[in-house]
Write a protein that binds this ligand. Structure first.
Ligand code: NIG
Ligand code: FE
Length: 405
C-alpha cells in the first residue's frame, strides 16, 4: 500500500534558517515540507521545475524562521501569587516569602485543590498564549503536586496539551521542587518518597526527564544526587534548577550526571562552567525570573560564551518568579539584562533550546528537520530581540500543519 505524502510549499518568504549558527538569511526564499519534515529550502527562483504540491502559501515577503522552543516552564498550576509581587515591592524577599509558607507551597495548596479540568484549562490557555508568540515546542514541569497522585495528575494534564494545541510538549517530573507540609522537618524522608515515586511516573510514560531545585530553599546537593541516581537507574535524563539564589555547585553536580541543562545560573562558578562544557550541558538562562524578582547578580554570560557552552533562553513561566507568557520578551530581556547578542538570543530559543530537550531534529530550517516554523511581520530577525511589548508572530506551522493565531 502506498502512503500519500502531503506536500506544502511556502513561497516568497524572507528566510532566517539559522543554519551554520548564523542568521542564514535567504531573500525571496521558499521552503517545502513533506508531511512533518522539511525537504527543501532555497530561493524561490531555484524551486525545482514541475513541483506538484497540495498547498501553497505565499508569504508576501514575511520573515520565516524555525518555530521557537520554550524549554523551561511550570505551566500546570492553579491559584494566584500576585499578592507576593506586592509584598516583594514592599521589601520581602522571594526566600522570606517561601520560608513563611508562601511561594511554591501556596501554589501547591491551590493546585491540589483544583479539579483536573481547571488545571487543564488553565494550562491550555497558557500554552495557546505561548504558541501565539511563536512557540512550537514546549517543556512542561510538574512540581506543584508534591505527592505521587498529584504529581502524576499534573503530568497527565501536561501530556494532554500536545494533542490539544499541536505543540510538541516534553514533560519533566519535578517532585523535588519544594518540601510539602506533610514532610515538614523531614526533607530526607521526602527524598525517599520522591525516589520511590519515579518508577511509577516512568512506568506510566509521564516524564521525559527529571528535574530538581537545588538551593537553600530547595534541596541540598546530596538530596539532589539521590533524585538523579533514581532517574539514571530508569534511564531518564536530568536537568537542574541550579545556582539561582546561591552557589551550591549544582551545575557541576548536574553536569556529572550528563544533564541536558542547568537552569537559572546567576551564581554559576568557573568550575560549574568547565563541568558544563565538558558534559555538553546547556546553560538555560531565565531572564523573566531575574527581572521579576529584581535580582542583581548576573549569570556569567561572557565566561559561558568564552568557554563555548551552548546558551538557551526560556520563559520559566510559573505563577511566582516568572509569570511571563512571551518568549520573544525573554529574548529581549536576555539581550538587555544579560547582554546576549540578538543572534545568541535566537539560537537560545531554537537550536540550543532544542538541544536542552534532547531534540536534535529541530531549531533550524534545513532539509530533514521537523517542519516547525514561525512567520513574522518583521524584516530582520534581530527586530524580534530589540523590540518589546509587541506581537509580530503572524502564524506558526506545527509539524507541517499551519496554525494562525
Ligand atoms: O524556576 N526556583 C524554583 N522554581 C521556580 C519558581 C517556582 C515558583 O515560585 O512557583 C523557578 O523560578
Ligand atoms: Fe523553573
Amino acid at each position: 500500500m502506498t502512503r500519500t505524502v502531503v506536500r506544502r510549499l511556502w513561497r516568497h518568504a524572507h528566510l532566517a534558517t539559522l543554519a551554520g549558527d548564523d542568521w542564514g538569511l535567504v531573500e525571496d526564499g521558499a521552503l517545502l515540507a513533506e508531511d512533518d519534515r522539511i525537504t527543501w529550502v532555497g530561493t524561490d527562483a531555484d524551486l525545482p521545475a514541475g513541483l506538484e504540491v497540495d498547498n501553497e502559501h505565499d508569504l508576501g515577503g514575511a520573515l520565516l524562521t524555525p518555530g521557537l522552543v520554550d524549554a523551561h516552564t511550570h505551566l500546570v498550576y492553579a491559584g494566584d501569587r500576585t499578592a507576593e509581587f506586592d509584598l516583594r515591592l514592599q521589601g520581602a524577599s522571594y526566600e522570606q516569602i517561601a520560608r513563611a509558607g508562601g511561594g511554591i507551597r501556596h501554589t501547591v495548596a491551590c493546585t491540589r485543590a483544583a479539579s483536573d479540568d481547571d488545571l487543564f484549562n488553565g494550562a491550555l490557555a497558557r500554552a495557546r498564549a505561548l504558541r501565539d508568540t511563536g512557540v512550537t515546542t514546549l517543556e512542561v514541569k510538574s512540581g506543584y503536586g508534591l505527592s505521587l497522585a498529584h504529581e502524576a495528575r499534573c503530568l497527565r494534564v501536561a501530556r494532554r496539551l500536545g494533542p490539544a494545541t499541536g505543540l510538541t510538549v516534553c514533560t519533566t517530573a519535578l517532585p523535588a521542587h519544594a518540601l510539602p507540609p506533610e514532610f515538614d522537618g523531614r526533607p530526607d524522608d521526602y527524598i525517599d518518597a520522591v525516589v520511590s515515586w519515579l518508577p511509577a511516573l516512568h512506568a506510566e510514560g509521564l516524564a521525559d526527564a527529571v528535574d530538581a531545585f537545588c538551593d537553600t530553599i530547595g534541596f541540598t546537593p546530596a538530596q539532589t544526587r539521590r533524585v538523579f541516581d533514581a532517574a539514571r537507574a530508569l534511564g531518564l535524563p536530568v536537568k537542574l534548577h541550579a545556582e539561582q539564589l546561591s552557589d551550591q555547585g549544582g551545575a557541576a553536580l548536574a553536569a556529572s550526571y550528563g544533564a541536558l541543562s542547568a537552569d537559572h545560573l546567576e551564581w554559576l562558578s568557573d568550575d560549574g562552567i568547565a563541568a558544563m562544557k565538558a558534559a555538553g550541558t546547556v546553560a538555560m538562562l531565565l531572564p523573566g525570573a531575574f527581572y521579576h524578582l529584581r535580582e542583581t547578580r548576573l549569570p556569567p554570560v561572557a565566561a559561558l560564551r568564552a568557554a563555548g557552552v551552548p546558551v538557551a533562553v526560556a520563559t520559566d513561566h510559573n505563577p511566582g518568579s516568572s509569570p511571563a507568557l512571551s518568549l520573544p520578551l525573554m529574548m529581549n530581556m536576555a539581550c538587555t539584562l544579560f547582554r546576549l547578542t540578538p543572534l545568541e538570543a535566537w539560537l537560545g530559543v531554537t537550536v540550543h533550546a532544542a538541544q536542552a530537550l534532547g531534540l536534535a531534529e529541530r531549531g533550524r530550517l534545513q532539509p530533514g528537520l521537523r517542519a516547525d516554523l514561525a512567520a513574522w511581520s518583521l524584516d530582520h530577525p534581530r527586530e524580534l530581540a530589540a523590540r518589546f511589548g509587541h506581537d509580530p508572530c503572524s502564524a506558526v506551522v506545527l509539524g507541517g500543519i499551519p496554525c494562525t493565531p
